[in-house]
Write a protein that binds this ligand. Structure first.
Ligand SMILES: C[S@@+](CC[C@H](N)C(=O)[O-])C[C@H]1O[C@@H](n2cnc3c(N)ncnc32)[C@H](O)[C@@H]1O
Length: 240
């Protein structure tokens, strides 16, 4: 293990993403076999049916989720992406520029637990593969609720564990033994992809996360498992 690479504390996980930023997109494509693109597109189909939406994407990273939203829906008027890792945002900005979307997408440094936005500012808040990395989920959901307009929608895309015991065991073998090795080799960060499997195994998924959304005050909650349940989209509305 490289001596300069340290395991980050739960509140400083974003520093790890700064380290892997240059290889993050490539690793995503390889380790998910490209399926993450389909999941991101699926997220866009659950946006609320509103014209001229203002969307906030938290833990936006290299902006893949935002770009997918703009590729697939034309009701979005403007979007803001926030993340704590400036190197992830730097790559995201270049991609936004290449897509010709710099006038409608703004990427800025910002925390998912202390959102720099006014109350009731957004029609939708999205967070893809981010909520698992945020140290205080409850505080983040409280903040998301605050910045959503009444009737606005939260969409969370996150890894989960399959319900089928057979498929779950095969997936756990991949997560524990294959992904950390391939991830460490390609990212040159021995910790990053060990962290991935540890957090996927411990983060509440399915009905457990539905209960968390309910406790946070969201209504009309829906849970959409994807690809045998290895990822899930959660949807919840701030009541009118
Ligand atoms: C797995 S990446 C996901 C990036 C992107 N959403 C995607 O779908 O590819 C997780 C991101 O969460 C960010 N992050 C971690 N904790 C955060 C926090 N408290 N506030 C904002 N971003 C955070 C990291 O910097 C990292 O870019």
């Amino acid at each position: 293990m490289d001596s300069h690479i340290q395991q980050p504390s739960r509140t400083e996980v974003w520093k790890m993403f700064n380290r892997v930023a240059p290889r993050y997109d490539l690793l995503n494509r390889i380790l998910s076999l490209g399926i993450d693109r389909l999941w991101r597109r699926k997220m866009t189909s659950f946006l609320p049916p509103r014209e001229k939406q203002h969307v906030l994407d938290l833990a936006t990273g290299t902006a893949d989720q935002l770009l997918s939203l703009f590729e697939n829906r034309n009701e979005i008027k403007s979007a803001t992406g926030m993340d704590l890792a400036d190197r992830m945002l730097h790559i995201g900005r270049k991609k936004v520029e290449r897509a010709g979307l710099s006038d409608v997408i703004t990427l800025k440094i910002g925390s998912a637990t202390d959102i720099a936005a006014n109350d009731q500012e957004f029609d939708a808040v999205t967070i893809s593969f981010g909520i698992r990395n945020v140290a205080d989920t409850t505080q983040s959901l409280r903040e998301i609720y605050r910045v959503l307009k009444p009737g606005g929608r939260l969409l969370v895309l996150e890894f989960s564990l399959p319900k089928s015991p057979l498929f779950c065991n095969i997936y756990l073998f991949y997560l524990r033994h294959i992904l950390p090795k391939v991830g460490a080799f390609l990212s040159k960060d021995p910790y990053a992809y060990r962290y991935l499997n540890e957090t996927i195994e411990t983060f509440p998924c399915g009905e457990a996360f539905r209960r968390i959304l309910k406790l946070a005050g969201f209504t009309a909650i829906a849970v959409h498992p994807l690809t045998f349940g290895i990822a899930t989209i959660y949807q919840g509305d701030r009541p009118e």
